[in-house]
Design a protein around this ligand. Structure first.
Ligand code: COA
Length: 133
């Protein structure tokens, strides 16, 4: 049976999936500010060599988790959990993210805590600041 492998990768490896799954304008063009900073890290989830998940951590006034995405056909199968568990272990320091409203339950399940009220990011709907560690 095929296994999910989580690996640190160069940013360009994850751009197509990020652009496919995340609708924000900056994700569609592929780049986040801070993507190429030396301390920024990117991880891919690989299934038979294919990128089926990705996440990045960068220093934006503290460690920020960004660009969390799992391919639609693989969602709900543990890929997101596998990615976040590796990020927790490898970063090992407090992090924050702005979770989409429909991903809040996922982060909560992974041990993240909602902080403050929901807020709307223009064109991208309701979000929730969450923290870990
Ligand atoms: C949100 C997302 C990253 C989760 O990844 P995933 O691979 O589907 O999640 P997993 O299957 O690893 O789920 C991990 C756990 O969280 C739970 N979970 C997943 N999504 C959930 C949700 N929306 N609400 C509540 N719990 C959820 C699962 O039941 C699972 O629990 P368990 O391991 O204890 O059984 C993925 O669905 C995705 O890419 N969605 C679209 C893009 C997106 O919203 N990205 C986040 C931007 S902030």
């Amino acid at each position: 049976m095929s296994e999910i492998v989580i690996q640190r990768v160069e940013r360009d490896v994850i751009l197509p999936l990020r652009g496919q799954v995340l609708s924000s304008e900056e994700a569609r063009v592929g780049a986040f500010p801070g993507d190429m900073a030396t301390e920024t890290r990117h991880w891919a989830a690989l299934l038979d060599g294919e990128v089926v998940g990705c996440v990045s951590v960068m220093n934006l006034r503290g460690w920020a988790l960004r660009g969390m995405a799992v391919a639609p056909e693989q969602q709900g199968a543990g890929v997101g959990r596998a990615l976040v568990e590796v990020v927790h272990a490898e970063v090992g320091a407090p992090m924050w993210c702005n979770a989409r409203e429909d991903a809040v339950g996922f982060y909560a399940r992974m041990g993240w805590t909602a902080v403050g009220p929901r807020f709307v990011i223009q064109h991208h709907g309701p979000h929730q600041r969450m923290t870990w560690g």
